[in-house]
Write a protein that binds this ligand. Sequence first.
Ligand SMILES: Nc1ncnc2c1ncn2[C@@H]1O[C@H](COP(=O)(O)OP(=O)(O)O)[C@@H](O)[C@H]1O
Ligand SMILES: [Mg+2]
Length: 326
Amino acid sequence: MSTARHILALLKSHLEGDDKEFLSVAMQAAAHEARLGHASVAQQLRDLIDEAKRRTAAAHTRGGQIIVLEPRGELASLLSVQTPRIRLNDMVLSTALAERLRRVLVEQRQQKKLREHALHPRRKLLFVGPPGSGKTMTASALAGELHLPLFTIMLEGLITKFMGETAAKLRLVFDALRQTQGIYLFDEFDALGAHRNQANDVGEIRRVLNSFLQFLEKDTSNSLIVAATNHPEMLDRALFRRFDDVIEYTLPDPELAKEILSRKLAPFETADLDWSRLLSEVNGLSQAELARASEEAAKQAVLGGSTVISSDALFMALQERKAASP
Ligand SMILES: Nc1ncnc2c1ncn2[C@@H]1O[C@H](COP(=O)(O)OP(=O)(O)O)[C@@H](O)[C@H]1O
Ligand SMILES: [Mg+2]
């Protein structure tokens, strides 16, 4: 190949977001230069290729800063990337749930030790629980703890009318997850099965779920795969078995509810709050609704020119959330 042809091929693979092809063409260009006797250019190319490979092998940290390659090409419509900074301690968790999540972190952090004994860290996780109970937030916190980028799979981009296409897109996602280490979140994952209710070919839908399961099963990457759902009843039992861990989320008990409210209101004066009255009102409210209610009460205080949260304001905010909740 001539140099111009190499450049053409490089640009083409760049536009398509095909890193593997890009590097393979660059290798050919290096070989080409070497054959022409251009030893120094060939060596420079090889060094740059090595550097590029090191960068794509894993999103890595430099000076505490996570370097992430934005998804390109078709992947850009399938994955969105974030670098969350929150930690598990930013969440209010029951002891049982905190332990389950800490175990994931411990195994991830000590995976080298595990792998030396042919053991594998848990990394295929299913989060199940009601809306607003902290599933999405947990994925962010795991990313924050492990200094990994959080890639959220955009299911609306993934699911097309044509199931064959969906399977091809799933393959792209699973390829990406091997190439760039991260947390890959299939949020509101039940949408993959939701088409079931529509006048859609049931056989086709099974195929999409099955191909997800096959990709999941075959995956041996270093990435964490998190699927989250509010509707466990919509998912196949067969699916549950393919995960290393199924982690259940529940609505908070009064003690945790109090903790969420007080943490959210920490910048304000809350000494006079009538907790027994307030906690009689939290039953059935999710973590998200409690967070919202405390924000409402805080806003009222601020707009009234005060830093004191009144029991009445918070009580009313809780009642309002309750009336709005399904
Ligand atoms: N365990 C928690 N501790 C503190 N805040 C929480 C917790 N769970 C949820 N929240 C609050 O509720 C919001 C929505 O939670 P989210 O993780 O999106 O719920 P889910 O994904 O389960 O529907 C969060 O952004 C946060 O403000
Ligand atoms: Mg969510």
